[in-house]
Design a protein around this ligand. Structure first.
Ligand SMILES: Cc1cc2nc3c(=O)[nH]c(=O)nc-3n(C[C@H](O)[C@H](O)[C@H](O)COP(=O)(O)OP(=O)(O)OC[C@H]3O[C@@H](n4cnc5c(N)ncnc54)[C@H](O)[C@@H]3O)c2cc1C
Length: 485
């Protein structure tokens, strides 16, 4: 059934009320893409439920009419995961933003899926607790989207990614059935399976998360580095020393200058790169850790190490990191943020390779990333109005991913596969591996109506453009080029 037909829109409006359905082109324009702007398409209609019962009713209706449905939180995804076509209903959970319950004695919080990440911590901060996963988009992205993409963040290095903090999920299957899943259930780990499934198995409607104590003390440092190579060598040295910082982030000069111009934070404009390093925990012994890190950085060529002197100063340093992506608009009309992972010891080599890829394709590439995890975010700067440049951006993106795989890494650290990377799964998985994943998806989503064409390089409305032989050729080409860098 056509989701634009007056009959279908009438049925949806009967379920949600007129203000729960958006179908004019102007209303739908804001949903044309997520933060991966290389794919844009207006959804057939946007549905905005307020309750799990309404989500279930929408899915039942879509299932009965054979209409594809795409879940969406805040649309901050960087892999095109919540992009839809005109044949689909975009099921946007942003109005389901309530904190449902707080259970401090058991350190648990339950929230609707559309609650903004930072709202979880705000709800318990006065009691000395926090929700640890803190994506840089935490002021906008939803807990449902964080679960769907298994989001990480600067503090993932010590605290882990979203799945390490999810205790339970309420989900709705594509046919409308509502299920409660608990991490304590015996048998298959369904909470673990749904977390990171990018909306291809079920719609998450409520999430129960673990709360952790706000650390007693924190030390935050900004390390000014003469070269990117120096910075990456310091990262390896810190981790090799056995210290586990809460966060270890790198920002390169291109982004540093843009942030400084925008926010006037007093950042060092003479640095080729800076490291933002944080240690936290009990007050006792924390100064010793900070001093050891400072000494290691100096040994490996740090120009200087600036320590935050108070909470305001710490906030200033974190603003530099958290606003990095937001300032990219000053550098170019468009940007594409990559998300490969490499073993930390390969950081110096991979950053040289990325620079070479940029030079070969005449593209500016800036870097801001979760360095302690080896989770890269090379940001390709371009103008999406230039089709020839867009082509080069896509080729460079593929080469960066292949270079990460060749370095022993992975295709994604936290942004997910979406549509951006689905055809690159052949770089790491055999056809047999992918077939098993398709069978898992089929068990939850047998008609393929939920988020079709995402995550896997086949099925739904997806047409793979990179097959196994081409993937192997790309890997071989990247290996040869890497040897020359
Ligand atoms: C400036 C910026 C900084 C970022 N920094 C980080 C970072 O540090 N770490 C990180 O991990 N990511 C980061 N991201 C990426 C993004 O914010 C995360 O992937 C986030 O988890 C997406 O949440 P969302 O609510 O915006 O989801 P959306 O973009 O709306 O959706 C993302 C995916 O989840 C699915 N989905 C959404 N809600 C549900 C639901 N309720 N049930 C089932 N499926 C659902 C969608 O179908 C889609 O596949 C950043 C993005 C930006 C723009």
């Amino acid at each position: 059934m056509n989701p634009l037909s007056p009959a279908f829109i009438g049925e949806l409006s009967a379920l949600l009320g007129a203000d729960g359905v958006r179908h004019s082109p102007a209303q739908k324009a804001v949903y044309a893409s997520d933060a991966y702007t290389l794919e844009k398409s207006l959804p057939g209609v946007v549905a905005l439920p307020r309750t799990t019962a309404e989500v279930s009713a929408i899915l039942r209706l879509c299932h009965a009419r054979g209409v594809p449905t795409v879940p969406r939180g805040a649309g901050t995804g960087l892999a095109g995961g919540s992009t839809t076509g005109s044949d689909a209903v975009l099921l946007c959970l942003s109005r389901m933003s309530e904190i449902v319950s707080i259970d401090l004695p058991n350190r648990r919080l339950r929230a609707q899926a559309g609650a903004i990440n930072i709202a979880l911590t705000k709800a318990v901060a006065a009691d000395g607790y926090q929700f640890a996963p803190d994506p840089s988009s935490q002021g906008a992205s939803t807990i449902g989207g964080n679960v769907a993409n298994n989001a990480g963040g600067p503090h993932t290095l010590k605290y882990g990614v979203t799945v390490n903090h999810v205790l339970g999920l309420q989900i709705v299957l594509p046919d409308g059935e509502i299920l409660e899943l608990s991490a304590d259930d015996c048998g298959y780990d369904l909470v673990g399976l749904v977390t990171g499934s990018e909306g291809t198995l079920a719609v998450v409607t409520e999430v129960t998360v673990k709360l952790v104590k706000t650390p007693e003390a924190v030390r935050t440092m900004l390390v000014v580095c003469r070269t990117v190579d120096d910075a990456t060598t310091m990262i390896s040295a810190i981790i090799a020393s056995g210290i586990l910082p809460a966060a270890l982030e790198m920002i390169d000069r291109t982004i540093l200058l843009a942030v400084e111009e925008a926010y006037k934070l007093g950042l060092p404009t003479d640095a080729e790169a800076v490291l933002l390093i944080e240690v936290d925990g009990a007050e006792a012994g924390l100064n010793r850790q900070a001093e050891r890190i400072t000494a290691l950085c100096r040994e490996h060529g740090a120009v200087r190490v600036e320590a935050a002197t108070n909470a305001l100063d710490r906030a200033r340093l974190w603003t530099a990191r958290k606003k990095s992506v937001g300032t990219l608009g000053r550098l170019a009309p468009s940007h594409a943020t990559q998300d490969g992972v490499v073993p930390r010891t390969k950081l110096p080599q991979i950053l040289r390779e990325i620079a070479a890829i940029g030079a070969r394709h005449k593209l500016r590439i800036a870097n801001v990333f979760h360095a302690g995890d080896g989770n890269l975010h090379p940001v390709v700067l371009f103008d999406e109005r230039d089709p020839e440049e867009v082509k080069r951006v896509l080729i460079a993106g593929g080469e960066i991913l292949a270079a990460c795989v060749n370095a022993g890494g992975a295709l994604t650290g936290e942004h997910g596969i979406g549509i951006e990377k689905r055809d690159f799964l052949h770089l790491v998985f055999s056809p047999e591996d992918l077939d098993i994943m398709a069978k898992v998806r089929g068990a939850f989503n047998p008609d393929g109506l939920l988020n079709p064409g995402k995550l896997l390089p086949f099925g739904g409305n997806c047409c793979p453009h990179l097959r196994r032989p081409e993937a192997e050729a790309l890997l071989n080409l990247t290996k040869t080029r890497a040897a020359a860098v």
